[in-house]
Design a protein around this ligand. Structure first.
Ligand code: CU
Length: 261
């Protein structure tokens, strides 16, 4: 590729890195293997879509230019077979093969699990229960998830009321939290620091408040925290938030300001 042509993707990647793509909740700023695979797929598909758009525009320009020449369009059948059948079939097969392999890596089902965390969604907060090797709950947190860096964590996600969706964009894909059902998701944080998760399914008027913090610690610090915090899990209670009265639908007889459980 000539140097001039390489400048555009380099500038785009630079601008992306310097601005909107970074951040505590950006899927394009991966902090783990699953999110890295998803981001890689996103960039690949963005590049492919750009290529297809350029090809279509070039063909359109060519067609319009030829019509102005008054020339007849020949080889129509060949263009339809190649452009309408062979090209999409090849592109879709390539995407299917790549996507299947990427999906296997994102799910991480063949990897060993180091820690199990039960995730409970409810209107409108998250509770995280940390299990020991025997499957007993040894600690719980509300709206803050602590993770040991470099260890594979299995999340068992469920809901106590309506359907929510558990999503930490910098670590991987999302999974629905469905009442009466437990869905499993495996994620690993390879970087330390603070990230942000969010409910990704509209679940009621306070849905936008259903965000949570994620802290990724070195393994020793996490172990020490879990050992210190080890105690019977408390009854989940809503975090202390004040609901904006203007956004709470209420009749004059109803009170506002208290989250409904
Ligand atoms: Cu929700």
């Amino acid at each position: 590729m000539p140097l001039q042509a390489m400048r555009i993707p380099a500038l785009a990647a630079g601008a992306c890195a310097a601005s909107g793509c970074r951040g505590v909740q950006s899927a394009l700023d991966p902090a783990g293997p699953a999110a890295a695979t998803i981001a890689q797929t996103w960039w690949l598909m963005a590049a492919g879509a750009t290529l297809v758009l350029a090809l279509v525009l070039a063909l359109l320009w060519y067609t319009l230019a030829r019509r102005q020449d008054g020339a007849d369009f020949r080889h129509g059948t060949r263009v339809i077979v190649l452009g309408g059948l062979v090209l999409p079939t090849a592109a879709l097969i390539a995407l299917l093969v790549y996507g299947t392999d990427a999906g296997r890596r994102v799910m991480a089902m063949d990897e060993a699990v180091d820690l199990v965390v039960e995730v409970e969604g409810r209107q409108w907060f998250w509770t995280f229960h940390y299990l020991d090797d025997g499957g007993a709950r040894v600690a719980s947190t509300v709206n803050t998830l602590a993770l040991p860096r470099g260890r594979m964590v299995e999340f068992r996600v469920s809901s106590v009321d309506v359907i929510h969706s558990f999503w930490i964009p910098r670590l991987g894909g999302k999974i629905d939290a469905i009442p009466g059902r437990t869905n499993t998701l495996r994620l690993r944080a390879d970087l330390e620091g603070r990230m942000r998760g969010q409910c990704a399914e509209f679940c009621g008027l306070q849905h936008a408040r259903m965000a949570f913090d994620v802290v990724s610690w070195p393994g020793e610090r996490f172990d020490a925290w879990l050992a210190d915090d080890a105690r019977p899990s408390p009854t989940p209670s809503p975090p202390p938030v004040e609901l904006p009265a203007a956004r709470t639908p209420a009749t004059p007889s109803q009170s506002t300001g208290t989250p409904t459980q």
